[in-house]
Design a protein around this ligand. Sequence first.
Ligand code: GLA
Length: 382
Amino acid sequence: MKHTIISSFITLFGRAPEQIIFAPGRANIIGEHTDYNEGFVLPFAVGQGIWFCAAPNNSDKIIIKAFNTDQATAIDLNTLEVSFELGWARFFVQVLKTIDPPIHKGIDIVFGGNLPIGAGISSSSALTCGFIAILDDIFKINMTEEAQVHIAVISERGYGVRGGIMDQFTIFYGRKNQAILLDCKTNTHEYVPLEMGTYKFYLFNTNVQHNLLHTDYNTRRDECDAAVILINKHYKKLKSLRDLSMDDLTNLQSMLDSLLFNRVSFVVQENNRVIKAKEALLINDFVSLGLLLYESHDGLSQMYQVSCAELDWLVTYTLDYEQIIGARMMGGGFGGCTINLTNGFLSDAFITEMKLKYFQEFGLYPDIFEVCPSDGIFALRS
Ligand code: GLA
């Protein structure tokens, strides 16, 4: 893929790129909807991602070509207006609106890769982070990784989804064969070795496109914020739901209505599961990890209500198949992928049968692919 993107750049712009960057997507083992509640997450960067080729162009425009869709647009650096309104262009514009110092010199860019779009694997964050890394390198801004993560988070929020930090952090800090245990209260992290042996992670993509802006993602954030205000008023001082323990839940049951109680309970329980998952991984107890994944899905579906029929179907389907020892919806939800922990490769027979049954149920086919814990964003010189 890298060579294809380089060739495309040379063909389009008539010179070699000066900068080549790879920004991966991310998977999340467990810890969903906990990041914006200052809780714990346990993600890893995947091998699939987006390649960017870039070089300065002596103009006041960022000229961008999307290889996969064969679309192109230009951003005028004086007005930050785009010549053609394309969905992905907004991620570039948001970065330009956020980055300090502002960018005044143009760049030619071609990007493309093998990261499914809108599948909950952070294609939008990969675009955002990759572009920031290009700007940092070409203009020698010398931002720390921490600063780049921060710019990425703010840029993406500018688009309307009040996301957490998990995706951008994972894209910058990912490491081969390791998961990242990130504490979203302190933004400190530790690496958890993934000694997978025969175990594997597969993603099943519902192919139900999710666009978090048009889902209840922000509503869930509002509900959590509302719960924090109520708990502060009637129970105890706290900054975020992260400050609650399992014991607090008993006291909160009579204080919150059932909707808020379910939201709060899920977050507290999910944080607890992340810590248990880390402990399971440290002793290579994949069976316990798998059970935590199923518990997480139940909570996401029933209590936090961010699943959908297709995600629930894919998780339930795995229950009868003993090679899959854990499954849950992954990412923001309302579509996108499930993450599945398997012992060994999935057989062609299983995949064919599952695809067919899913098609009979929903009229579209799911995609199935393995994801391996991989390095975060990196640059190559051409
Ligand atoms: C999206 C957001 C993340 C996180 C997940 C849910 O991927 O970008 O910050 O909140 O949803 O865990």
